[in-house]
Design a protein around this ligand. Structure first.
Ligand code: NAD
Ligand code: DAU
Length: 352
């Protein structure tokens, strides 16, 4: 296998940490550089197990800093980029949209410019792989699924910023012949997810007997995929995907929020030795999210037929596994909710 230097951005976040782990362990001949600003969502404790691996390196940097990006790319001459760094939470994009434009749009363009600069004389075998979301396609009614040709119709500031970044990646491919591709994935769940997102937030609240704030009537539908299956799809697309193409990634696994929450309550009652029905009493209907998309559903036929990827885990099994992980990793959760995780970089890295 050819020796490659790969840049993975956002590797201290939820999905990024799974992608970094997969690549560092599976490809000992690759040198993996994880670049992350360590915002509130970045937690280096997610990658404790990789700290001493010789093919892994962490760089703390902000993708919005164009000069720093250009210097880093010139210095390191990356062969490939897997770009996950982003502001990722819809509710935060409603309270502070501008931050999403800086990181998701300008940050992405800075990386594209830096890649274009170092690959301008020879882009053979290079790849800029942009990780995106199904939210760019907008909202579905009760029928149909998003395919790679569905038109963009973003509704939240988050999805508008991701849609814009997707367009820039494709524009750099079409205009400058930058070797690039994009994948759009549905909702991920699994270990190391920041507990502002539905599944880890509700697991933590159920454990602590706190209210479960269900937006609106809980009728919105999301299509859930195990994060490690997303990481496997990213591996397959990075190595076998066609430059210039788009791949949709999803688990064909739609749930209304309320059905999913009730399932989580039932599993948690069993695991915590509580009488059946106890946790459901914590459900509290609250004001709906502004512009709340009704339904997402991804058609991943192209990825399955052309590249042979299929999800490995059934949802019920994955959800049990995920709940078990959060229950067994109470310290991780407590460090995140207390804010202690934010000193991990100073404690573990700056003293090195
Ligand atoms: P996350 O919020 O858990 O992690 C984002 C990471 O990016 C963090 O480590 C953060 O520190 C880093 N980051 C943020 N701003 C940065 C900046 N300016 N410079 C450098 N690093 C910065 O996000 P996630 O859920 O892991 O999502 C990762 C990517 O996957 C995002 O691009 C997101 O849009 C996309 N995605 C997420 C999902 C999902 O369900 N979570 C689904 C589809 C696509
Ligand atoms: O579809 C992919 C997207 O999935 C990613 O691009 C985003 O980065 C990721 O955050 C996720 O977005 P959602 O908005 O779907 O995820 P979230 O966990 O915030 O919410 C899931 C559903 O649950 C949504 O319909 C809103 C609802 N919800 C969420 C929270 C946090 C609640 O009812 N109550 C809550 O407290």
């Amino acid at each position: 296998m050819m020796k490659k230097t790969l840049l993975i951005t956002g590797g201290a976040g939820f999905i990024g940490s799974h992608v970094v782990r997969l690549f560092v362990n599976k490809y000992p001949d690759y040198h993996i550089v994880n670049l992350d600003k360590l915002t509130y969502a970045g937690n280096l404790a997610n990658l404790k197990d990789l700290e001493d691996k010789p093919n892994y390196e962490f760089v703390k940097a902000d993708i919005v800093d164009s000069e720093a990006m250009l210097n880093l790319f010139r210095e390191r001459q990356f062969d490939g980029v897997i770009h996950l760094a982003a502001e990722s939470h819809v509710d935060r994009s409603i309270s502070n949209p501008t931050e999403f434009v800086f990181t998701n749009v300008i940050g992405t363009v800075n990386l594209l410019n830096a890649a274009r600069e170092i690959w301008k004389d020879n882009s053979e075998g290079k790849l800029f792989y942009h990780i995106s979301t199904d939210e760019v396609y907008g909202s579905l009614g009760s029928e149909g699924m998003f395919t790679e040709t569905t038109g963009y119709d973003p509704h939240s500031p988050y999805s508008a910023s991701k849609a814009s970044s997707d367009h820039f990646v494709r524009a750099y491919h079409d205009t400058f012949e930058l070797p690039a591709l994009v994948s759009n994935c549905s909702n991920n769940y699994g270990s190391f997810q920041f507990p502002e997102k539905l599944i880890p937030l509700f697991i933590n609240n159920i454990r602590n007997n706190k209210a479960l704030p269900v937006y609106g009537k809980g009728e919105n539908i999301r299509d859930w995929l195990w994060v490690e299956d997303h990481a496997r799809a990213i591996d397959v697309i990075f190595h076998q995907g066609k430059v210039g193409e788009t791949y949709n990634i999803g688990g064909h696994n739609e749930w209304t929020n309320i059905d999913l929450i009730k399932l989580m309550c039932a599993i948690m009652d069993r695991k915590l030795g509580r009488e059946s029905g106890t946790s459901e009493k914590l459900i509290t209907y609250v004001k709906d999210r502004a512009g709340h998309d009704l339904r997402y559903a991804i058609d991943s036929t192209k990825l399955q037929n052309e590249l042979g990827w299929v999800p490995s885990l059934q949802f019920e099994e994955g959800l049990e596994k995920t709940i078990d992980w959060y229950l067994a990793n109470e310290e991780w959760m407590n460090n995140v909710t207390s804010g202690d995780y934010q000193s991990y970089y100073e404690e573990q890295y700056q003293k090195r």
